[in-house]
Design a protein around this ligand. Structure first.
Ligand SMILES: O=C(O)c1cc(C(=O)O)c2c(n1)C(=O)C(=O)c1cc(C(=O)O)[nH]c1-2
Length: 228
């Protein structure tokens, strides 16, 4: 569909919240305390594959982006995930989450238990960033507009329903509460600024739809593999 002014465009981007993976039945069960330890572990193991793909996806955006100002801000996303020294960064925090749900970090890092459909979906996201114009790849990151609400609900749910998980393991989600809005605001600014024609706006909307599908497919695969 074609949109006109900036407000209508932003409204359409935000309307993708209806397709965000917070609506997925697996997340609904997670947030209402219905998942068992095996299901939580399966989710953490598979989501690790997404976490390690994110900085590679962001490096692909940087490599396609000729604008120095944009690169200067975007590069923070990579150091947020990788850290700047051993023992730091979001991926390390995810591994601590893995340990606090009872997993062995080496087992998680080996990625042997990652489901084929999760690999396909996450690899498709990285490939999208490599092969599409950088602004479209930035638009695909805009699911992060919807992430903070889900993070807040997830934190509350883990503390309330899963007391067997060490609270220190939840640091990753606490950090995302601040970082996701910062990152999403920057991405939204860029997309609104660079997508002026109806065609550019349609491509940005399609990129965001694609990303909603990536996240949904990841959860479909995890849900199917861990019915109980
Ligand atoms: O747990 C989640 O529900 C969730 C969702 C998303 C998202 O909406 O894409 C991201 C993350 N977490 C996340 O941790 C993260 O670092 C991240 C980076 C990106 C991105 O597309 O650049 N999305 C997300």
């Amino acid at each position: 569909m074609t949109v006109a002014g900036t407000d209508a465009f932003v409204d359409e981007l935000r309307a993708h919240s209806r397709r965000y993976h917070d609506q997925h039945p697996f997340h609904a069960r997670m947030n209402s305390g219905q998942l068992g330890a095996r299901q939580i572990r399966g989710w953490v193991i598979n989501r690790y594959y997404y976490q390690v793909a994110i900085p590679r996806k962001d490096a692909a955006i940087l490599s396609n982006c000729p604008d120095r100002e944009v690169r200067r801000r975007w590069i923070r996303r990579i150091t947020d995930h990788d850290g700047t020294a051993p023992g730091e960064g979001g991926i390390e925090a995810w591994l601590r989450l893995a340990e606090s749900v009872g997993l062995d970090r080496r087992e998680v890092e080996q990625e042997r238990q990652v489901l084929p459909a999760v690999r396909f979906a996450v690899d498709a996201y990285v490939e999208f960033a490599r092969s599409k114009p950088w602004v479209e790849a930035v638009a695909s990151s805009l699911t992060e507009l919807f992430a903070p609400d889900l993070m807040a609900r997830r934190l509350a749910a883990f503390e309330r329903h899963y007391p067997w998980i060490d609270g220190a393991g939840l640091a990753y989600f606490r950090e995302r509460l601040d970082r996701a809005p910062r990152d999403a605001e920057h991405a939204l600014e860029l997309v609104v600024d660079r997508c002026r024609t109806a065609e550019q706006q349609d491509r940005a909307l399609a990129a965001l739809s694609f990303k909603c599908d990536v996240l949904w497919s990841v959860l479909d695969a995890i849900d199917r593999a861990h019915p109980d």
